[in-house]
Design a protein around this ligand. Structure first.
Ligand code: SF4
Ligand code: SF4
Ligand code: FES
Length: 822
């Protein structure tokens, strides 16, 4: 999907934009204001509000829905347009409750803003009000139907971006608009009012609850106070809150967020985070990003004795065990200890990713993947996810996969052993392959088979692919026109005569077809796959592959990295990866990690003989994520800054470094020393931007440079059948959707428990509690039924660092286990 640059004029100003871009977006990108209520950038237009009305080449169009063409002339204001917009706002104000003084949106309400902007100072319209109930949905949502202006933004974001499609419009029970207004009200205002009067928002599953991902994005996009975070209702006024631009580090998305803080209460003047906000036009948060903001290591003071013991511990440490929920600066401090003191650095998730990237680099000549998720959402129309539990692992990978289906009329393959009921609902052209764990090599060979330009493959690989094809026979039903003789009576003469007619008939016949053994082994319908694929692939121009953590932790990860390179070279397919945890990219680039832990160990937010911990349970306290400044590397390869929202009174890693003779004055002074040879830049922390421009360009930090070297000839080994798991109990290491680490677990609005999750059927068989026995130990867990899972593989979380789950799995994501009822 290539984008052609064009020139249009808006209100006489020459504007550069892209062919097919919506006029509203073109205007915004060029700094021209057009009022718009229902439209959300990156989502499909709903035409609910009609306020974005403009004239394009003399015709009335809605700018959120009309596409730019070379030379187009757009006028954003005429007398008629202004009257129409003012009347629309008058209609929105009809019966809107006068409770602004206590409304949670007061001060940042678009209804207030546009009412003033369009100079509505009187009301011509009236209708009897309808009683509309206030509801609590799911675990976090509060819906006040009385305040709802039915702009449908919540419905749209949930469908087009999040993929849950958990909301829809439902009947309001309101009376009909008086016909006399048809004459007195402008056309669009009248039509909009009629529609508005019929609807409110309801859960789309027909129940009283949304049973959704609890991301809260619908509350973020709501222009009024109708849909809010339940916990925030009547807690604070938006204008009292201080906005602190930061980065969410719970996963590798690294979304830009604002912590909103204020004093706690009249009795307690300590600063508190009241909520997290985002630039919802350009970034969508998940439930962890939005709700897991409120764990801080509070009340900590400088404990000098504990500090001295920590220095001693680091002096004698053989290993530091840590995870990827740390900043680049902290990673660099740890690497300095390794370099200066020879201390081993142990971080299994980042190490697996690092090893994978090392092979990928040796093969492809690139230190990292070149594409990013923003590009995929903008341009791809066939997206394939292999080796990631898309619903759980990384929200932005999931949103990208869903958004391609919705916005780019895309197709998608979802290739993963654990059955998921949500992903297939993302689009009509999503095909799922629930294959056996370990068979990811075959999945990548299938991509080569379907998409590779054979000219670009070696004879060896092409011959290997040919072995997966067999000529087989199948019976198909075909419509044929059959001649039948019928007796008819001539109406005029009354005579009976025979006529021959052709009538359609379905006949069964046997045909030969190409049976793809790779499709079959991956659990697909090989008999009908060719027709399906032809349909899915029709007119598709831009393909993308999302590679997940199952691939880096695979016993054959080296061959998998080779296959990715081969796919990039021969399939004209963009490749992106899902980094396993928060700052895995940063850590894997900055630190020389070790494969094992040994000797006296200092744990940093991880178990150890001496524990540095932000979790309030350590031998020496450390700051929590919302109390730190520093940078991380996002999955879009952007080095972005985060800021401290809350004060912290204790010691930081940099203080320990100072005591060990290696520190700097401030933690953020490490930012400009991040390794240039790994793609970082020499930039001061305070010079890093953290925002978006009007056209959605991400101005956050700087892009990591991809280091290049000579690529090797693309080739790969054959599939190794011996690593494929079959039969018996199989466990998969995966977290619930909103749990990523110990910090999310401590947040008061995140409720997912540390338990074994299984499909409802499997959970019923297992009972309430089980012991899961691994090769090297066992764990006892409660069982939770996950309505969105299917199949027999069970999921075990690793978000508690002291649970030992990562070690039980031996660093892999799948394990053969024995599950016993307790
Ligand atoms: S709840 Fe908010 S976002 Fe949803 S339709 Fe109502 S006003 Fe619009
Ligand atoms: S919380 Fe998220 S998933 Fe649930 S309805 Fe709102 S947007 Fe949809
Ligand atoms: S913004 Fe265009 S119709 Fe609402």
């Amino acid at each position: 999907m290539s984008r052609k640059e064009i020139t249009i004029t808006i209100d006489g100003v020459e504007c550069r934009t892209y062919e097919g871009e919506y006029l509203l977006n073109a205007a915004r990108a060029n700094g021209i204001f057009i009022p718009a209520i229902c439209y959300l950038t990156r989502c499909s237009p709903t035409l609910a509000c009609r306020i974005c009305l403009v004239e394009a080449d003399g015709k009335r169009v809605y700018s959120c829905n009309a596409k730019a063409k070379e030379g187009m002339s757009v006028v954003t204001q005429t007398q008629e347009i202004l009257e129409e917009r003012r009347a629309i706002m008058e209609v929105y104000d009809v019966n809107h409750p006068l409770q602004c003084g206590v409304c949670d949106q007061h001060g940042e309400c678009e209804l207030q803003n546009y009412t003033l902007e369009l100079e509505v100072d009187s009301q011509r319209f009236a209708i009897a009000d309808t009683k509309r109930e206030t509801k609590n949905w799911s675990t976090v949502l509060h819906y006040d139907a009385g305040l709802c202006i039915v702009c449908e933004r919540c419905v749209t974001v949930c469908k087009d971006m999040i993929g849950d499609s958990a909301l829809k419009t439902g009947p309001r029970g309101g009376g009909a608009v008086d016909k006399s207004y048809k004459e007195s009200a402008p056309k669009d205002a009248y039509a909009m009012w009629n529609k508005l009067q019929k609807s409110i928002i309801v859960p789309s599953n027909g129940t009283e609850h949304t049973n959704c991902s609890d991301c809260g994005e619908c509350t973020a996009v709501c222009p009024v106070g109708a849909l809010t975070e339940r916990d925030f209702v009547y807690k604070a006024n938006p204008w009292e809150l201080k906005e602190i631009p930061a980065t969410c580090m719970h996963c590798s998305s690294g979304c830009q967020i604002y912590y909103e803080t204020r004093f706690d209460s009249i009795d307690n003047t300590e600063e508190k985070i009241f909520r997290v906000k985002n630039e919802w036009n350009y970034v969508s948060l998940c439930g962890a990003g939005r709700f897991a903001y409120d764990y801080e290591n509070r009340g900590v003071t400088k404990d000098t004795e504990a500090f001295d013991r920590a220095v001693e511990a680091l002096e004698k440490a053989e290993t530091i065990r840590f995870n990827s929920f740390i900043t680049n600066e902290e990673a660099l401090m740890l690497q300095t200890l390794k370099r200066e003191k020879g201390i081993k650095l142990y971080n299994p998730d980042a190490r697996a990713f690092q090893k994978f990237l090392e092979i990928y680099r040796a093969k492809s000549g690139k230190s990292l993947y070149e594409s990013d998720y923003r590009e995929i959402m903008r341009e791809s129309d066939f997206v394939i996810s292999v080796g990631s539990k898309l619903r759980n692992d990384n929200p932005n990978a999931r949103y990208a996969f869903n958004n391609v289906q919705k916005m780019n009329k895309g197709s998608g393959f979802y290739v993963q052993p654990v059955g998921d009921k949500l992903v297939p609902t993302f689009g009509k052209s999503v095909e799922c392959f629930e294959h056996r764990p370990g068979d990811e090599e075959a999945a990548l060979y299938l991509l080569l088979d379907l998409f590779a330009d054979r000219e670009k493959l070696s004879k060896n690989i092409a011959d290997y692919l040919a072995t997966f094809h067999e000529k087989r026979e199948k019976s198909v039903k075909e419509k044929v026109m059959k001649e039948v003789t019928q007796k008819v009576v001539d109406k005029e003469t009354g005579e009976e005569k025979e006529v021959v007619k052709k009538v359609p008939e379905m006949v069964e016949k046997v045909v030969e077809y190409d049976h793809n053994l790779l499709v079959e082994r991956l659990g697909g319908d090989a008999e009908n796959f060719n027709e399906l694929f032809e349909k899915m692939n029709k007119k598709k121009e831009s393909r993308a592959l999302i590679a997940g953590e199952d691939l880096y932790t695979h016993p054959r990860y080296e061959n998998i990295a080779s296959l990715l390179h081969l796919i990039e070279k021969s399939c004209d397919m963009k490749v992106v990866m899902v980094p396993p945890k928060g700052n895995s990219i940063g850590v894997s680039l900055i630190c020389d990690l070790d494969d094992e832990v040994s000797g006296y160990t200092v744990g940093y937010n991880e178990p150890g003989d001496f524990r540095l911990s932000a979790l309030g349970d350590g031998d020496l306290d450390m700051p929590a994520m919302n109390q730190q400044e520093g940078t991380m590397v996002t999955m879009n390869r952007q080095v972005v800054p985060t800021n401290a929202a809350l004060e912290y009174g204790g010691y930081e890693l940099n203080d320990l470094m100072n005591a060990l003779g290696q520190g700097k004055r401030l933690t953020v002074e490490w930012t400009e020393d991040l390794p240039l040879e790994k793609g970082f830049q020499k930039v001061r922390f305070d010079d890093l931007p953290n925002g978006y421009t009007n056209d959605g360009k991400e101005m956050r930090g700087y892009p990591l440079t991809i280091e290049r070297s000579k690529a090797s000839t693309p080739t790969a080994k054959r599939v190794d059948d011996s690593v494929v798991m079959e039969g018996g109990d199989i466990a998969y290491r995966a977290n619930p959707q909103r749990q990523f680490n110990d910090f999310t677990d401590k947040a008061h609005q995140i409720f997912e428990t540390f338990s074994l999750r299984a499909s409802p059927e499997r959970a019923k068989e297992l009972g309430e509690k089980v012991e899961v026995v691994f090769e090297k130990g066992s764990i006892v867990l409660d069982v939770t039924a996950d309505e969105r899972m299917s199949g027999d593989i069970v999921e075990i979380p690793d978000f508690k660092s002291d649970s030992g789950v990562v070690d039980l799995f031996g660093g892999r994501r799948y394990a053969k286990v024995t599950i016993k009822k307790v």
